[in-house]
Design a protein around this ligand. Sequence first.
Ligand code: C5P
Length: 237
Amino acid sequence: MKHPIFIALDFPDWNDAELFLKENEFAGVPVKVGMELFYREGPHVIEKLKENNHPVFLDLKLHDIPTTVMRAMANLASMEVDIVNVHAFGGREMIKRAKEGLMHPSTSHEVKLLAVTILTSMDEKTMNKELLLPGSLRTNAVHLASMASDSGADGVVCSVHEARSIKEACGPGFLTLTPGIRLDKTEQHDQKRVATPQFARENGSDMLVIGRSITKADYPHQSYVQAVKEWENGLKS
Ligand code: C5P
């Protein structure tokens, strides 16, 4: 993978996604397929992307009883995607079984398992008052990441603002993939906790997911190039 920057293909169908990739010359770039596109198109969209050599993160955020998640993961692994995820809130047993599903003997391809800690659209007040989860965002994200790490996950999806603390708690090899990335920080959309690619790299992110800052930009290719440049600057500092 040239750059660990995944473009979120949040499009209503494959026609729109394919047109976007072609028009903007995004041959072979890492992409993230989420619920919107996958629930419309199914495994067919993954086949198309793999035919065109795109590394694929299939972002379906599974959260169910352990056996169901294990069987679902075996099916996802057979599509030869590169990264899949579960909600860490599913707990230790669910994460262990998810990993087991991915390691099924019929799977030849290595699939990384990430656990979503706390969504980047959530702020501390909502977490405390609506979900009745006490403590800070950081304490909860680090706790969920440590539990996921002990249960066999390869890494987490987390906010940039928690990535460093998670690395310190779980070790440098534990992956952190961070959404909530903005090239222009004044544009938050529905994300509560945003950061630039450079800040992300300097603060412990291993991989980025970028959606609207690229897909809704006037010049998406230029925005992607800018994101890569900023990411590389983060390495130098
Ligand atoms: O457009 P934007 O860059 O905010 O898109 C972020 C993408 O990352 C969306 O597809 C969203 O579903 C996904 N995501 C997220 N927060 C998480 C996990 C995934 O924003 N914790």
